[in-house]
Design a binder for this molecule. Structure first.
Ligand code: LFR
Length: 489
């Protein structure tokens, strides 16, 4: 029988349990369960429903019968707090909650941000765990025994073992890149009690077998192991990029577009800080030098707004209609803070266009076209900045993740960047999650090369060649320069 692995992949808009069967040097994925996820306002904070996700995970696992192992990945930075008896004392607050931005400004007024970036490699995003923790009431932290990032929390509920997996730990903004351990000075400055953050667990560690109560509840085999896979979803996706050639970059496309490359050494210069790049830990200890671009969140939140108003919008028809809107009719900067929080996205996009002297999109198709072209343009800008930082030209761009199924986005990214785009796998996160588990169990050979070979054997990317001139994209990029935003409408 082929060994079966469960890849639990939790995203901002849905969670999945993927059944991954290992066949020789390749992994086949089948979706066993999918359940919705969203953040909701609770008593003045935007929170995730951790227990709802947990229920979805349990139901998905129950449908599998027997597995060799389970690995959990999720979005980064958010966490739950456990009390001294190991119970959840405080559930995860969503990274889109504005508390982080306020705490960031306060902390960076006391701490040298450039020096902190040089040590941790992590860009000062308002949602970083360090700023979320700085925003907590001291009494909340004093009462907590242990912090667990979201995937570690689920893995803890599955196995009873509290871990702090390395790829996701790096996103907290609290890990010293050189030593690979917590940066005590930053922890102290942010008011984080000693011991709240446990030891960092190497990626691929087998945490143990599932807890007996979980085996009983799900009907899974009692010897199913829980593996600390690359638990940051972006790290898992990057671990499964089927690179062709050396001069390739990746875009992990979903709620966010993570645009970057893999390097041996971090780039923590003031130029990297100014360009908005971050250095996260990869599955093999490599560095994921990347920039967070706001991503398809702008589109999913627009669809949510229209649906709430009773409009019947389905994604395939919307994208088909968007393809017929004149290219670059209007563009926005997806990273404008106005787009961060949940809300009426089409109205905010229209306001941004009006402010920058452009015709605001009026129909859903025009809004969708605006989002797609804006992302393609943002991808271009991020790749140019990446090339400038590393000094290495990028010839090919791998788009992986859910957004790789969006052929319009892939083609426009090829057009905007003037580079070949290789699209897929769309399940890169689950694939990377499963590949790291397979390596931990010795089902495929260790090391990045063997994993890439297995990723290539498991996925066949779709090719998009650039079409049309670059001129209009250059002109559009200028429309979004800071001075343009100040122009009267
Ligand atoms: C993508 C992602 C990004 C991280 C953002 C917030 O899902 O994990 O890598 O910056 O979500 O956690």
């Amino acid at each position: 029988m082929r060994p079966l692995l469960a890849a639990v992949d939790l995203g901002a808009s849905s969670g999945r349990v993927m059944a991954a069967s290992v066949e020789g040097d390749r992994i086949d994925l089948v979706e066993a369960a999918r359940f919705p996820n969203r953040a909701v306002p609770v008593h003045g904070r935007l929170q995730w429903d951790a227990l709802g996700l947990w229920a979805g995970v349990l139901d998905g696992l129950a449908s599998l019968g027997e597995v060799a192992a389970i690995g959990v990945d999720a979005w980064a930075v958010d966490y739950g707090l456990l009390d001294a008896r190991g119970h959840l004392a405080s559930g995860p607050v969503c990274y889109r909650d504005p508390r982080g931005a306020r705490a960031r400004d306060a902390l960076l007024a006391r701490v040298d941000g450039t020096a902190a970036f040089a040590r941790t490699g992590i860009q000062h995003q308002p949602f970083n765990t360090v700023f979320q923790l700085a925003a907590e009431h001291p009494a909340t932290l004093a009462a907590a025994d242990r912090l667990l990032l979201v995937p570690d929390l689920i893995a803890y509920w599955l196995s009873g073992t509290a871990a702090c997996e390395a790829t996701n730990a790096s996103t907290t903004g609290l890990v010293d890149l050189t030593t690979g351990t917590w940066d005590d000075a930053l922890c102290e400055a942010a008011g984080i009690p000693a011991g709240l953050l446990g030891p960092i667990t190497p990626t691929g560690t087998v945490l143990g077998t599932i807890a007996p109560e979980i085996a009983a509840h799900t009907g899974l085999n009692a010897d199913a192991r829980v593996v600390a896979t690359a638990s940051h979803d972006t790290a898992a996706a990057v671990a499964a990029v089927p690179y062709e050639g050396d001069s390739a970059a990746y875009i992990s496309s979903g709620t966010w577009s993570l645009v970057g490359t893999e390097t041996d050494r971090p780039v923590t210069t003031p130029a990297a800080l100014a360009a908005g790049f971050t250095n996260e830990r990869g599955a093999d200890g490599s560095i994921r030098l990347l920039r967070n671009v706001a991503g398809l969140w702008l589109l999913s939140e627009s669809i949510r707004t229209w649906t709430a108003r009773g409009l019947d919008v389905d994604l395939p028809s919307l994208l088909k209609a968007a393809a017929d809107v004149p290219v670059l009719r209007s563009v926005v900067d997806p990273d404008d803070p106005a787009f961060t929080e949940p809300g009426d996205m089409p109205a905010r996009i229209a306001a941004h266009c009006a402010r920058t002297g452009q015709t605001p999109p009026a129909t859903p198709a025009e809004v969708a076209a605006c989002v797609i072209d804006s992302l393609a343009l943002a991808h271009r800008k991020a790749l140019e900045a990446l090339e400038a930082l590393t000094g290495s030209p990028v010839a090919t761009v791998h788009i992986v993740g859910g957004g790789s199924k969006n052929t319009l986005l892939c083609q426009r990214t090829a057009d905007a960047t003037g580079r070949t785009v290789l699209a897929g796998p769309d399940e890169a996160t689950a694939l990377g999650n499963a590949l790291v588990q397979a390596q931990a169990l010795g089902l495929i050979p260790a090391g990045p090369q063997a994993r890439r070979d297995a990723a290539r054997a498991s996925a066949r990317p779709r090719r998009h060649e650039p079409q049309g001139p670059q001129g209009p994209w250059e002109k559009a990029a200028r429309r979004l320069e800071p001075s343009a935003a100040d122009r009267p409408a």
